[in-house]
Every structure is written in C-alpha cells, then in structure tokens.
Ligand binder design. Structure first.
Ligand SMILES: Cc1cc2nc3c(=O)[nH]c(=O)nc-3n(C[C@H](O)[C@H](O)[C@H](O)COP(=O)(O)OP(=O)(O)OC[C@H]3O[C@@H](n4cnc5c(N)ncnc54)[C@H](O)[C@@H]3O)c2cc1C
Length: 469
C-alpha cells in the first residue's frame, strides 16, 4: 500500500466509523462489477460514508492528497463511468439509503443518493403517489446514479427525464464543500440553479448526496396496446395521432423492429401477443384517471388507425395481468440479446424525421462491410431513442458507421447511459469544440485537481487547461 493510501486511511478511519473504510483483503470483488462485463481494477480502498459530512470529509482528504476517486452507486451504468481504473479509490454511496416519508401535499420525497429507484417508487406508491421514472435496473440503480446519468426510461414521454423529477439536491464538491438545495420549491429563481450542474454530469463535478424528488398522482387506470405496423413511417404517424388525440394520457411508446421481434417470438416462453412477420411492433400505453372514458378514448384512436390502414393488427390489454404481460414482451428483448457473443450495443437518439434514413443508411453500410451482420433494434420511439445492436465480425467499423450516421442525422451518441469512459472518443462527433471546452471549464472550476471520476466524459489535464483560462 502506498504511503499516500496509508495516510488517507489514517485520516479517514476514525471519521467514517466501523465499516466506513475497506482496504486490502476486505475489499470485495463486487466493486469491480460492470454490467458490460468489462471488469474494472480491484480498488485498494473503498470509502463508504454514512452521511453527507462523511462524504465531505472523504473528498476533502482525497483532494488534499490529489487522490483520484471513482463514485459508485448501484454499478448498473453502461458507459463505464463507475468502472474502477488503476489507482482510484472507490467512494460508494451504498450506506446512504434513507429517505423521508413522502410529503403528500407537496408531492415530493427527499432521498439519500444510495437509495434505490425501486425504494423510491415503493415509497411513493405507499403514499398513493407515483415516481415518474422507471428503468429495468430499478432494483439496483440508485438515486445518485440516476441523477448523475439523467436517467430516462419508459415514461419520458409523459414525465420527462430524471432532470424533470429533481426539485433540488445536495452535492459535495471535490474540496469537501457542501451545496444544499433541498427546499423542494417548484419555483425558485433566486440566482443560479446549481442543482442542474450535477444532473447528467456523471459525477465529474460533485458527489450527489441527497435529492428532493417530484412525485406525481398515481394513475387510476393503465392500459396498453401492442400493435403490428408495416413501417417506421406508420409507427411515427401513429405516435402523432395518439399524441394529438390523447394528449398527456399517452405515457409510453416503445418500438421493436422485425428481426429482433422475430427472434424473440421464436424462443419465447410465453404466448406472443402478435405473430412475427410485420416490420415494426409498437407498445403504446396510457395512464388515466377515468378508467372507462380513458380506455374508450384509447380504443377509439387505435380502431381509427386500423381503419385508416396505419395499424395492421393490434391487441389491447383487458386486465392488469394482460397489461403486465405486454410489458413483459417489451422487456423480453434482453433475454435474446444478452447471450449473443460480441454484440455491440449503442443507445442513440435521432430526430424522428431522420430516423428512417439513418436506419436504411446504417444498415446498408454495415452490410456492405459485413454481409452476415445481424442488426437488432428496439427502443423508446416516443423519445427518438433507439437501442441499436449489431453482431458483426468488425465491431470497430460498425461503431464508426453508427455514430457517424447519428451525428450526420443530428442525433446524440448517448441517449441514456452517458459517455463515461467508453463513449468519450465519439463525443466530439455530436458536441462542438466550444461545447467541450465549456464542459472542461466547469470541471476546472469545480474540481481543479481532477480527482472526481477523472477521464470520464472527456479527458482533462488540469494543469494544461488551467493555463488557457
Ligand atoms: C438493465 C438496464 C436497463 C436500463 N434501462 C434504462 C432506461 O430505460 N433508461 C435509462 O435512462 N437508463 C437505463 N439504464 C441505465 C440506468 O439508468 C443507469 O445504469 C443508472 O441510472 C445508474 O445508476 P447506478 O446507481 O447504478 O449508478 P452507477 O452505475 O454506480 O454510476 C453511474 C455513473 O454515475 C456516477 N454516480 C453514481 N452515484 C453518484 C453520486 N451519488 N453522485 C455523483 N455521481 C454518481 C458514477 O460515478 C458513474 O459515472 C438501464 C441500465 C440497465 C442495467
């Protein structure tokens, strides 16, 4: 163990209490976990504070030593942001899992950063309210990680990204100073809204410790429909009609393209809602407050779309069990995709008007390079967000084709999972030099020694950069 690490341990051991500092053989392998299977380094030290003051003490000590830190929540991030690099100390939020009872009147809750998304959802539910974000990793992903990656999920269409759920937050800066903005006021224009700086910045500007989160009325009824359509254009047209005629009732609009749906149906251990054979499948959902009236309105719009030839076939859920079963089909995609060896997987956003051209051009270019490549696409069509997977002998070329195509279409190289370590070489395709320089200026102001999640999002040499300011 280096003298610096020993110094860190002796400085923090007493302050963080029993179990607050793990070192050497006490460090569990789980801190290397990564859902992408790219194991990180085993850290020499893991810091596990119980409260904001502990986080502040840990950061101040590391900052004094210039000790790099990687912040970890539930380690479900898929861009390598929490993956440990050699020499980094892990700062884990796993012992900060508390939350207040939901405030029914204000429709809000204050949660510690290590609380899981599922815990927040359940607390809201218990108070007759609902939390607006849901993602597949809900049982492990934490409030802090959700904020750091500005998580979205399946109901962005209705409730917005995580940013829209944050009424205020508390964050600790690299030097240990604490910024607290937990009043939970829906309106507060008293100076800069500093909370925004920590949302979607992947732990590079500060460590989120607590957040005041917005809750929503719990829907009285939920209905979904699974539709087969002949083309992406038809799916986009249907989205327009549902939005126009149902307004905020529409809560999710998910898409699944044919080769993937065909593969799912071929090995499904539940009845397929519709047979394979169409080009595009859509799962549309409404959340309403008047079960009969809202369900009827939904059915009317769908039937009209069938009559107009926009939808080829449709099933509508008639019970909570059928509703869940249709969502299970949507979530079944990963069962087929995860076992495919060497699959490249990107999460991209593209303006709807250019999505068709992007898909055609990317497919043509990938197949020109590797005629046997398989392409599987699904995603959150309502948000212009696609999960695009390719099995190919030439992953580097496929990445290049997809990301350059996204950039040319005016899209984003990361719709959900962030840039982390894994996507930073493509950031310049979608962000100008001026934008990246502005990000680096923020980094220089908040973390001049570059101790927090160094090398994530962009490379940053503090001494070189500080000279340019
Ligand atoms: C199966 C699956 C499905 C998913 N589906 C979706 C989806 O539909 N939509 C979507 O948007 N996302 C989705 N995700 C991504 C998911 O939103 C993120 O993985 C999650 O929000 C990260 O939370 P975490 O606690 O696991 O963070 P980690 O993985 O631990 O960390 C992620 C990043 O946040 C930083 N970080 C963590 N905690 C803090 C903190 N307290 N303060 C500052 N920085 C911090 C880390 O350093 C790292 O850079 C999915 C992920 C999985 C595995």
């Amino acid at each position: 163990m280096s003298p610096e690490t020993q110094q860190l341990l002796s400085a923090l051991g007493d302050r963080l209490g029993a179990g607050g500092v793990l070192a050497g053989s006490d460090v569990d392998q789980r801190y290397r976990d990564d859902p992408d299977g790219k194991l990180g380094a085993l850290p020499e030290v893991v810091l596990r504070p119980r409260d904001t003051e502990g986080i502040a003490a840990a950061l101040a000590a590391c900052n004094d030593l210039g000790q790099p830190i990687v912040v970890q929540g539930g380690r479900t991030g898929m861009a390598g942001g929490g993956r440990v690099q050699p020499g980094e100390v892990v700062l884990s939020l796993e012992r900060m899992t508390g939350f207040t009872a939901p405030d029914r009147q204000a429709a809000s809750i204050v949660a510690e950063a290590g609380a899981t998304l599922e815990a927040v959802q359940e607390a809201a539910d218990g108070a007759g309210l609902m939390f607006g974000v849901d993602v597949g990793a809900r049982g492990s992903a934490t409030v802090g990680g959700n904020i750091a990656t500005n998580a979205g999920g399946i109901r962005v269409l209705r409730y917005g990204m995580y940013r829209a759920q944050v009424l205020g937050l508390e964050a600790v800066l690299a030097d240990g100073s604490v910024l607290t903005s937990l009043k939970g006021l829906p309106k507060d224009n008293s100076g800069y809204d500093l909370s925004q700086l920590f949302i979607g910045t992947e732990g590079t500007l500060g460590v989120v410790t607590r957040a005041a989160l917005r809750l929503h009325p719990k829907p009285v009824c939920e209905v979904n429909a699974f539709c087969a359509l002949s083309s992406l254009d038809a799916a986009i047209a249907l989205l327009g009609q549902l939005r126009q005629k149902l307004g905020p009732l529409l809560s999710a609009y998910e898409v699944n393209f044919a080769p993937l749906y065909d593969a799912m149906v071929a090995s499904m251990d539940m009845p397929a809602p519709l047979p394979a054979g169409s080009s595009v499948y859509v799962l549309a959902e409404i959340q309403g407050s008047e079960p009969e009236r809202d369900g009827e309105r939904f059915a009317e719009v769908l039937m009209q779309a069938v009559e107009d030839g926009v939808i080829d076939d449709v099933v509508v859920s008639q019970s909570p069990r059928e509703f869940r079963a249709l969502w299970d089909v949507r979530e079944d995609a990963n069962r087929v995709l995860f076992p495919i060896k060497g699959l490249i997987s990107v999460d991209i956003s593209i303006p709807l008007a250019r999505m068709g051209a992007f898909l055609r051009e990317a497919s043509a270019a990938i197949h020109a390079n590797d005629p046997d490549a398989d392409i599987y696409v699904f995603g959150h069509l309502g948000d212009g967000n696609l999960h695009y997977q390719v099995r190919t002998v030439d992953p580097a070329v496929a990445y290049d084709i997809v990301y350059r195509g996204v950039a040319a279409a005016g899209g984003g190289v990361s719709a959900e999972h962030g840039i982390g370590l894994d996507k930073k070489k493509w950031l310049h395709l979608v962000r100008s030099d001026v934008e990246i320089a502005a990000m680096q200026r923020l980094k220089a102001a908040f973390d001049p020694k570059n101790i927090l999640n160094p090398g994530r999002v962009f490379d940053f040499g503090p001494s070189a950069f500080l000279g340019e300011i």
